[in-house]
Design a protein around this ligand. Structure first.
Ligand code: SF4
Ligand code: SF4
Ligand code: FES
Length: 305
């Protein structure tokens, strides 16, 4: 019973729907999403053995990987776990190594994103045993008595298997103008100089690889991905606000003060807990909210003068 419960707790929440960008048929999309989500819930404990011929003794010497597989484009497919066994002595230690071994040796149709294999590109973000991580720098749990669950980032539209649709995330990122904005015309080819202390303010911010592990772990982002920008994007908004070279600070704060782009943060801290780069988006959010409050107070004070 306890083992079963721990499996349920470690299983992340999925959004099994497909995402039709080209279709204007909102009803059809809603129906597709609901029906595939229902299918997913019905099949939540469904496990397919990749190699049913393996004996119990062979299995006991290998690590079991339960990998989420689903192709929403195939109407006969349904969300499921496929069970693969891998000899950990044959592979390097990270989750991505196991996935690539499975793809190369067992089933080339397994879909996942990866590029750098160094924790730099941010593309291999996924849920490894209950935590959103970069699979290339997250070490496999070597306890052979327990399976390792690998699933897509939670609450995201699944494109196929471990690949999720990042469109909304990148669209939101674009709205914060993630680049240096200046009003003063540039003098020739001179660099924009920063003091050592000003440069230090960017530490812990510029290292973000936009993997979305934090935003997709954030309960507030799950409920309102349409209106709430989420910790990853807001930390980058903060990064440009505190950059001493940027000259659009008030305009940036004004834009963020509108609607509920920021206020949905409930300060729970899942974002910082999960960040595979060891960054602290929760702290940045707290600083950002303070800056927005100060900006609002300044605005009221100047209006009443
Ligand atoms: S803050 Fe961390 S978890 Fe969030 S996008 Fe950046 S690197 Fe990924
Ligand atoms: S601290 Fe804020 S942004 Fe981070 S997980 Fe909690 S609600 Fe989301
Ligand atoms: S493959 Fe680039 S961060 Fe993992």
């Amino acid at each position: 019973m306890l083992q079963r419960l721990s499996k349920v707790i470690r299983r992340p929440m999925f959004w099994h729907g497909t995402h039709h960008h080209d279709s204007n048929d909102a009803t059809k999309r809603l129906f597709d999403t609901v029906s595939s989500t229902v299918k997913g819930i019905q099949q939540i404990n469904y496990v397919v053995e990749h190699d049913p011929k393996l004996t119990a003794e062979e299995k006991s010497k290998m690590k079991q990987f339960l990998i989420y597989r689903y192709d929403p484009a195939d109407e006969n497919d349904f969300p499921k776990y496929v069970s693969y066994y891998v000899d950990l002595k044959k592979i390097p230690p990270m989750y991505l190594d196991a996935l690539l071994y499975i793809k190369d040796n067992y089933d080339s149709s397994l879909s996942l994103r990866r590029s750098c294999r160094e924790g730099i590109c941010g593309s291999c973000s996924m849920n490894c045993n209950g935590l959103h991580k970069l699979a290339c720098i997250h070490a496999i749990d070597t306890d052979l008595t327990q399976p390792a669950y690998i699933t897509p980032l939670g609450h995201m539209f699944v494109v196929k298997d471990l690949v999720v649709d990042m469109t909304n995330f990148y669209t939101q990122y674009k709205t914060i103008d993630p680049y240096l904005k200046r009003k003063t015309p540039k003098e020739g080819n001179k660099e924009y100089i920063q003091s050592v202390d000003d440069r230090k303010l960017l530490d812990g911010l510029y290292e973000c690889v936009l993997c979305a592990c934090c935003s997709t772990s954030c309960p507030s982002y799950w409920w309102h991905p349409d209106r709430y920008l989420g910790p990853a994007v807001l930390m980058q908004a903060y990064r440009w606000i505190v950059d001493s070279r940027d000259e659009y600070t008030d305009e940036r704060l004004e834009k963020l003060a509108e609607d509920v782009k920021v206020e949905d943060c409930q300060n729970i801290g899942m974002c910082s807990f999960t960040c595979p780069k060891g960054l602290d988006p929760q702290k940045s959010m707290n600083h950002l909210m303070k800056l927005i409050e100060e900006y609002k107070e300044r605005k009221i004070a100047s209006a009443t003068l």
